[in-house]
Design a binder for this molecule. Structure first.
Ligand code: GLU
Length: 459
């Protein structure tokens, strides 16, 4: 048994960012690793900025990534409700505690938290006026990732705005107390709030939870320097879904944004992630977003997929681009996909990779074209191989192989001499699935027709 209770506390104000998903995942992994409880708490006190759309997207994103919550919207238990907008009674009673303890005062309709310490006034260049400051004791945060961080609050801050809404700092701390949160794992951008939060915990007479501030996510080098923004490619979770990335692969990738196992293994199943995750393994420095790593991980997951699941995802990608429809022969589709599976790193690239299996209107790769015709013997090669293939009665990989070998022997050449031009003729490019299986699947009629077309076009 463990008493670990962590929470993911998003404010649904916009699209779900990869950093938000990372915070959710790290909390979830920590809870699952320690056998603790993962709480989802919706911080929706900012009425102007919260939207139902953002909330729906967030919940959908968590579900897509397989991040389930033990407590949160939809669960009934002693710590709810889990929408801050429904917890006003709780906030009122906690505010009263601070009032009773003499730790609040009212100014211009707002209620302020009164820091402890000697008061003095000082000219503040940002405010442009004399303001009141407080000589407080420094707050030492023993952050589980960043080590000891010392900060000092010197100005009282708002607990309740003049319109009656409680402030972020206040509700955040009240709920961490009320929900018995033991570890606060969140983005580094909140480190600067933590001294306020610790002041509040102290004022309520509660030991603050342990804090772990996750490193920020840095732009991929080709997008420039600094923190990744919502506009950068790969920043939004919805984008991964739309691009047909596998949720398990995206989750695996997100787990590596600032965390790594000791041996730097990159492809980790969910069970391995849960087993190996620790806050010790989280780095202090920024976590660089790496699109290539995402593609590589997705590739590994795609290769390992059972063919049924692969076919489902692949079909949806091919349907989107109208390469297949309800009439497509399922056996033919399955055999095409089987030889493509180990070759591409995302379903998004599948239509471009495999269009010639399903359409006569496939693109011609110009680089491949000039390479194939550079030597000047390509048309001769087509003329040599065409009658050989025409004469085949049985169109199997074995008979195809023999046919190429026999021709090679007869003309004292290597069978590979015919491969590039034939591949180009039937697929418009110079790379793709394994050659003989590809010819077999395309079928005799199609292969011969495309050889003929190529001969006519380039002769
Ligand atoms: N609602 C805050 C946010 O979305 C959460 C802060 C926290 O985790 O303490 O950034």
């Amino acid at each position: 048994m463990t008493n670990v209770r962590v929470r993911f506390a998003p404010s649904p104000t916009g699209s779900t960012h990869i950093g938000t998903a990372r915070t959710a995942l790290f909390n979830w992994l920590y809870a699952r690793h320690t056998g603790g409880v993962f709480v989802l708490r919706i911080e929706d006190t900012d009425k102007e900025r919260n939207t139902q759309k953002a909330l729906d997207e967030l919940i959908q994103g968590l579900k897509w990534l397989g991040i389930d919550w033990d407590e949160g919207p939809g669960t009934e238990d002693e710590y709810g409700p889990y929408f801050q907008s429904q917890r006003n009674d709780i906030y009122a009673s906690y505010l009263k505690k601070l009032e009773d303890a003499g730790r609040t005062y009212e100014k211009e309709g707002a209620i302020y938290f009164k820091l402890e310490g000697e008061r003095y006034t000082e000219f503040d260049q940002y405010v442009g006026a004399e303001i009141e400051k407080v000589k407080t004791q420094p707050v030492v945060i023993d952050d589980l990732i960043r080590g000891k961080v010392t900060r000092r609050e010197e100005r009282d801050f708002v607990l309740q705005r003049s319109n009656g809404d409680p402030s972020f700092h206040f509700v955040n701390v009240v709920d961490d107390i009320a929900m018995k949160i033991t570890h606060v794992i969140r983005g580094e951008d909140h480190l600067s709030n933590t001294s306020k939060h610790v002041e509040l915990f102290n004022a309520f007479g509660f030991e603050p939870p342990k804090f772990a501030h996750l490193p920020m996510i840095l732009k991929s080098p080709k997008d420039g320097k600094g923190k990744m923004s919502k506009r950068d490619k790969g920043a939004l979770i919805a984008e991964y879904r739309e691009r047909d990335f596998l949720p398990e692969a995206v989750r695996n990738f997100i787990a590596l944004l600032g965390w790594s196992p000791k041996d730097d293994q990159e492809v980790l199943s969910i069970a391995e992630l849960v087993e190996r995750f620790s806050l010790d393994g989280v780095q202090k420095g920024g976590a660089r977003f790496d699109e290539k790593k995402m593609a590589h991980i997705n590739f590994e997951y795609m290769k390992a997929m059972p063919i049924e699941a692969y076919t489902r995802s692949a079909s949806s990608a091919l349907r989107k681009t109208k390469l297949i429809n309800d009439d497509t022969n399922q056996d033919y589709l399955a055999s095409c996909l089987k030889i493509c599976q180990a070759k591409i790193d995302s379903f998004e690239n599948l239509p471009g990779f495999a269009s010639y299996f399903f359409s006569e209107d496939y693109p011609i790769n110009e680089k491949a074209e000039s390479k194939v015709f550079k030597k000047g013997d390509a048309i001769t090669r087509i003329q040599e191989i065409t009658p050989v293939l025409e004469s085949l009665e049985d169109w199997s990989e074995a008979t195809l192989e023999t046919a190429f070998n026999q021709l090679a022997e007869k003309l004292a050449a290597k069978p590979f001499a015919w491969f590039p031009v034939v591949r180009f003729a039937v697929s418009g490019t110079n790379s793709g699935p394994d050659f003989l299986p590809m010819l077999k699947i395309l079928g005799k009629k199609r292969v011969l027709a495309r050889l003929k077309n190529t001969e006519e076009k380039y002769a």
